[in-house]
Design a binder for this molecule. Structure first.
Ligand code: UDP
Ligand code: MG
Length: 319
């Protein structure tokens, strides 16, 4: 068993006053059980991150901390920055104190009983443990359809992503330190975390229903989130424009030939050949040009993100 066993559970909260009392109660029980079993140290904490909520979320968190400073901590963001940024703020704060960090949602949709298996995997030497949803029976058909479709599109576009894994995961301190080196602004954690590398595994759990309050991810936010995920990790959409350009350009050559032959055969009205020819040729050249420009913008875009090119896991060297 790993001696370094201080666990922080990081929970982003946006207007979660309806769920916090129950969530904190369930997590207190879980933490106490883990402490009693000797799997986590007495310095372990539940860290709530208030993502600029306008309701009672922060007062509730502060009260929890005042009453039980050895159980609950809080991070308060200056304003609403969105789930992913709130989560990152929590991870990068917790990494100063923790040896392992679990991130989960405030609404207990992520089964907290999977925490045990995650902590066990950490003690077995895994640096990242992904929580994977085994079933989605509790989700509406629409949510399930769009969410699973999203994972399939991501895979098809060549993005390394764990199927049906959201943001319920355990990361070792080392893994979070790796994450801290990714300085991108368009944060899409479930795409970045696999880029960190290290030894990883998955733990499956059943996704429950939100037991109180309502989803903070309306369709509009979901679409923006998915589009962000795709464009941050794949230049394939740009390539698509480029290959369409090539195809249209080739068709235009055929059309040009056809127009010329028709003219020579003599059954065309005046002006038709030149019009046909120029429409196709110009269209093809324009798309081709756009595709090439797009390719360069794609490169610039990837550069400006300044991602680390590698993270060293260990060095064998005798100085
Ligand atoms: N959340 C956040 N900031 C936001 C929106 C959501 O911190 O701007 C948190 C929210 O409090 C919850 C988690 O992100 O802990 C997931 O949100 P939600 O449960 O509403 O999403 P869903 O499960 O419906 O996809
Ligand atoms: Mg939820």
């Amino acid at each position: 068993m790993n001696e370094k066993n201080t666990l922080y559970i990081v929970i982003p909260c946006y207007k979660e006053e309806a769920v916090l009392p129950e969530t904190s109660k369930r997590l207190r029980e879980k933490m106490n059980a883990l402490r009693a079993a000797g799997k986590i140290s007495g310095h372990s904490r539940v860290m709530f991150v208030n993502d600029g909520s306008s309701d009672q979320t922060w007062p509730i968190i502060s009260r929890l901390h005042e009453q039980e400073p050895e159980m609950f901590s809080g991070v308060n963001l200056s304003r609403n920055r969105g789930h992913q940024n709130a989560l990152l703020a929590g991870l990068l704060t917790a990494v100063n104190y923790a040896d392992m960090i679990i991130s989960m949602d405030a609404d207990l949709q992520d089964d907290i009983n999977a925490v045990d298996a995650m902590v066990d995997a950490y003690h077995e030497g895994y640096e990242i443990v992904y929580g994977v949803r085994s079933k989605r029976e509790k989700d509406t058909f629409f949510k399930r359809f769009t969410a699973e479709g999203f994972y399939k599109v991501m895979k098809a576009l060549g993005v390394d992503i764990v199927f049906n894994h959201a943001d319920y995961r355990l990361m070792s301190r080392r893994a979070v330190e790796g994450l801290a080196q990714f300085s991108e602004v368009n944060l899409f954690l479930r795409g970045i975390v696999p880029q960190i590398g290290y030894k990883w595994t998955t733990v499956s759990y059943e996704r429950a229903e939100r037991f109180a309050g309502e989803s903070k991810y309306p369709l509009k936010k979901m679409i923006a989130f998915a589009a962000d995920g795709i464009t941050s990790f794949s230049v394939k959409p740009i390539r698509l424009v480029f290959s369409t350009g090539v195809v249209v350009f080739l068709i235009s050559l055929v059309m040009l030939l056809y127009a010329l032959i028709s003219k020579l055969a003599g059954h065309t009205s005046a002006g038709w050949t030149s019009l046909m020819g120029s429409i196709w040729l110009l269209g093809g050249i324009q798309l081709l040009g756009l595709g090439i420009i797009g390719e360069y913008i794609g490169k610039i875009y990837n550069e400006t993100k300044r991602r680390p090119r590698f993270i060293i896991e260990s060095v064998l060297n005798k100085a």
